[in-house]
Design a binder for this molecule. Structure first.
Ligand code: PXP
Length: 244
């Protein structure tokens, strides 16, 4: 069974464009649940450009699905995560000037600091996930420091597909497959996400070691035309079809 985590950050982006209370990310999360999502992902960025602290409060209080709380490895975010104890904490690299999370975390280069950082989160009962690229040394480092999960960054694969750079796309897909197999062989639960669309989800969903995909921007974009529930159901259908 491949789980679908719906990332609702960009519901908050639209809300924040006008400073109104709508559209409400919690309402989006409830619709996602009805449409068959298995979890909700929300990224509380340091600059609060989309999800806010009060959104996290509302999601923790009002959500039945497990929350995957995405955050940078800062002291402030650790305090917030320890207060809420979400189902999962996904640690991502964060740069203030980036439009979206551009690359994976450098676990291999920061293994001691990250091991110390994730220990209290794990002790508090959250599953710790590290958002990384498919390089073997990053995957090995994630296993070494005791992460439960790695989420493999599918952004480059999706960008190559959009740009029609098909041989690079296929090489990236092959590397993601190898990365997923290595991670699973080391006892890590393997997730993937970033940039996935109806067109790109199939080959990723077909990777047998993957347990969860986290998808946001495309679903929120598609919901402008079809509604959020139908967009999620169609994504779910394509994921299931790829697995069948
Ligand atoms: N997974 C992680 C770790 C992310 O940072 C993001 C983007 O916030 C996603 C998945 C979802 O990416 P997208 O919004 O492009 O589907």
């Amino acid at each position: 069974m491949l789980r679908l985590g719906v990332n609702i950050d960009h519901v908050a982006t639209i809300r924040n464009a006008r400073g109104t209370p709508w559209p409400d990310p919690l309402r989006a999360a409830r619709i996602a649940e009805e449409a068959g999502a298995d979890g909700i992902t929300a990224h509380l960025r340091e600059d609060r450009r989309h999800i806010s602290d009060s959104d996290i409060d509302a999601l923790m209080a009002g959500l039945r699905l497990p929350l995957n709380f995405e955050m940078a490895a800062t002291a402030e975010m650790q305090t917030i995560a320890l207060r809420h104890r979400p189902h999962a904490v996904c640690i991502v690299p964060e740069k203030r000037e980036e439009r979206t999370t551009e690359g994976g975390l450098d676990v291999a280069g920061n293994d001691d600091a990250l091991a110390r950082y994730i220990a209290p989160l794990r002790d508090a009962g959250s599953r710790v996930s590290l958002f990384i690229g498919h390089e073997p040394r990053q995957i090995q480092a994630a296993a070494r420091i005791g992460a439960a999960v790695v989420e493999l960054h599918t952004g480059a694969y999706c960008d190559y597909d959009t740009e029609g750079r098909l041989s690079e796309r296929d090489a990236e897909l092959a590397a993601l497959r190898e990365g997923a197999a290595l991670a699973a062989s080391l006892g890590l639960e393997v997730h993937a996400g970033h940039g996935l669309t109806f067109d790109t989800v199939g080959p990723i969903a077909a990777i047998p070691e993957l347990m969860e995909l986290n998808i946001g921007h495309f679903l929120i974009a598609e919901s402008v035309f079809t509604g959020l529930g139908p967009a999620i159901r169609e994504m779910r259908r394509r994921m299931d079809e790829a697995r069948a």
